[in-house]
Design a protein around this ligand. Sequence first.
Ligand code: SF4
Length: 326
Amino acid sequence: MSEPLLQVRGLAKHFRLKPRKLFEKPPVLKAVNGIDFDVEKGRTLGLVGESGCGKSTAARLVLRLIEPTSGEVTLDGVDIVRSSRTALRALRREMQLVFQDPMSSLNPRMPVGVSIAESLRFHRVGTRAERHAEARHYLEVVGLSPDYFDRLPHEFSGGQAQRIGIARALVLHPKLLILDEPVSALDVSIRAQILNLLIELQAEYGLTYVFISHDLSVVKRVCDVTAVLYLGKIVEIAESAHLYREPLHPYTQALIQAIPVAQPGAKSVSEMGALQGDVPSPIKPPLGCPFHTRCPHAMERCRQEQPPLQSVGSGRKVACFLHDGA
Ligand code: SF4
C-alpha cells in the first residue's frame, strides 16, 4: 500500500442559516458532518451520492475554498486547514479543481491560451513568453492543437472546453486534481473521451484524483476507491471492485441498482422504484440512521441510534446495523 497523499479527518462544515422568525434559533445546515478518508498517491477516490449529499462542499473544504467548522486536511503531510494565507497560496498550486462547467470559469473575452497562462502568472511562474509556451504545450497534452491558443471560449464545444479546463489545472503541475462532476454536462460519447484522457494523464503524470459524481457508472470506471455520501456522512467506503460487486449499505445497493440499463428503451431499476423518496433536509436530518426514512430494511433500532462507520474487513467500512459486528 502506498503512502496517502491526501488525508482527511473529521472534516465538517455546518452552515448557520438565517432564522425565518424573530427570536428563532438559527437553523444549522450540516452539509458535511465529520468525514474521514485517505487518497494514496497516483490513485483515485470517488465521492458519490445524490445532489445535496455534501460531496461538492467536501471538495471545497479540501481545497480550503471554504473554511471548515472542524477537522483536518493534510496534503503530503502539510496541514491545509491551519496554513497561513501565504502558505495556502503556494499549496493551491499543488491541488487544482476542475469544474463541471469549465466555460463558467473562463473569461469569454480572453483567448483560451492566455487563460491557461494566467494560472502561471497568478503564481508568478516564468516570463510571459515561457508561460505562453507552457500553455501551448498543455493544449497539446490534452489533445488540442496549440494553434487554438488565440481562440475565444465560445469557439469550442463542451468536450473541448473541458479539455481546456484540464489544461488550465495541469499547467501548474499539481499533485492532486479535484474533479467536480467533470463529465456530467457532456454527451455520452464525449464523456468517454474525457474519462480516457483523465486516465491517460494520471498514468503519465502520476496524478492523484478525487472524483466527484452522482453517476456511479462513471465512478466505477475511473475510481480505485469509492466513498458513498449520504446527508454529509460517508455510509460506505471500499475498493471500487468490491463495492460494485457486493455493495453492503442499502443506499449503495440502491444507487448501483439505479445505474441505467444499457439496452435502449429498458427501464433502470430506479425508474422501477429501487430508491424511493427524496433525500431528507440536511437542516433537519432524521434521528437514528440518516437513511432509515428510505431504507427497505429499517428496524426499530435504526430509528433510535445512528450506526457508526465500522470496518468490515478487506479495508472496507460501512455504517449500517445489518453489518454490525461483521
Ligand atoms: Fe437501513 Fe438500518 Fe442499515 Fe440504516 S442502519 S441502512 S436504516 S438497515
